[in-house]
Design a protein around this ligand. Structure first.
Ligand code: SF4
Length: 83
């Protein structure tokens, strides 16, 4: 599958687990909001690890893969507890 580059924001937002689910869970956390601003809704989306994974495998990336790369489980749990 060829990676897409058209548009000014990521075209995978409607089906992306990070954007749809994790963002919802952690929407109050500044780190996550910053990632969304920078990647999902910003110009860095071509560099997103989840997006690259999708175009390399044809599958949605696992939820522990952030736009920056794989997140340690402990950090995800900590984020979840903080909300
Ligand atoms: S996390 Fe990556 S693949 Fe998902 S919507 Fe944001 S930029 Fe697109």
């Amino acid at each position: 599958m060829d990676i897409q580059q058209s548009g000014s924001v990521c075209e995978l937002r409607e089906t992306c687990g990070f954007y749809c689910d994790v963002l919802y869970l952690y929407q109050k956390h500044e780190i996550w909001k910053g990632l969304v601003r920078r990647y999902c809704e910003g110009t860095s989306f071509p560099l997103c690890a989840r997006r690259i994974y999708f175009y390399q495998t044809g599958k949605c990336a696992p939820l522990d893969l952030s736009p920056l790369g794989k997140m340690p489980g402990e950090l995800l749990l900590e984020m979840m507890e903080r909300g």
